[in-house]
Design a protein around this ligand. Structure first.
Ligand SMILES: *Cc1c(COP(=O)(O)O)cnc(C)c1O
Length: 233
């Protein structure tokens, strides 16, 4: 087994253990392999080990990787900030965008999604713990943004995404996960199309699953430490 296959196996075991502990079925949680800064060959190795969904933060880097891997049936998720001048690349190349935090970005993605592609799956990114430097809509604005996004053609509203601050303790971490789940449930009352709670990374995978996450985003635990500091793009 390659290191990546071995790591993937281990992460899937962690997800299965967390699901069992939470009384949830393992197929309720999707593993998104975050391949940012890692080469196309690493993605190819993960695909060979059964992984299909990949997350990328830097749009141009991702599009180059997609071209190198066009022979594989992969699902690509944009999980990085989306500037206005990058919406066209996202609309034309990705299957999902998790980081919608402004109506303007959603409107551009809607207008730019090619008609021959399936609708772009989107999540509203919520700044659940008020981190000052973070993107994401404040929780009290999330429902209104979700309503507006749900009405846009070319997009399919799937749920809510959050990136909590690195929690100082497990009680604080749990509070953040629980608050996100509550917000997700609240918005879902009027938008039952939402089926995705994108929450949990390498460090907080188990508590996120306990709180109801349906998609965990895991990078380093699969691909190893990132080879270089992240460049913009
Ligand atoms: C990089 C990243 C991840 C993965 O983080 P790891 O620590 O490598 O597991 C998950 N979500 C987002 C939004 C990221 O930017």
């Amino acid at each position: 087994m390659t290191t990546i296959a071995h790591n993937l196996h281990h992460v899937r075991e962690r997800i299965a253990t967390a699901c069992a502990a939470a009384g949830r079925r393992v197929d309720e949680v999707t593993l998104l392999a975050v391949s940012k800064t890692h080469p196309a060959e690493a993605v190819r190795a993960a695909h060979a080990a059964g992984q299909r969904a990949f997350g990328e933060n830097y749009i141009q880097e991702a599009v180059a990787k997609m071209a190198a891997l066009a022979d594989l049936p992969l699902q690509w998720h944009c999980i990085g900030p989306i500037q206005s001048n990058k919406t066209r690349l996202v609309a034309e190349h990705f299957d999902w965008a998790h980081t919608i935090d402004r109506l303007k970005i959603a409107e551009r993605l809607s207008a730019q999604r090619p008609a021959h592609l399936a609708p772009l799956n989107v999540c509203i990114q919520v700044n659940i713990d008020g981190g000052a430097t973070k993107s994401g809509v404040p929780p009290h604005e999330a429902a209104a943004l979700a309503q507006a996004v749900a009405a846009l053609p070319g997009l399919r509203l799937r749920g809510v995404m959050t990136i909590p601050e690195i929690a100082t303790d497990s009680v604080a971490s749990q509070a953040v996960h629980t608050a996100t789940r509550a917000l997700f449930d609240q918005i879902r009352q009027t938008l039952p199309c939402m089926d995705t709670l994108s929450m949990g990374m390498s460090a907080d995978l188990a508590p996120a699953i306990a709180a109801g996450s349906t998609l965990v985003r895991v990078g380093a635990a699969i691909f190893g430490p990132r080879p270089r500091p992240a460049a913009g793009g």
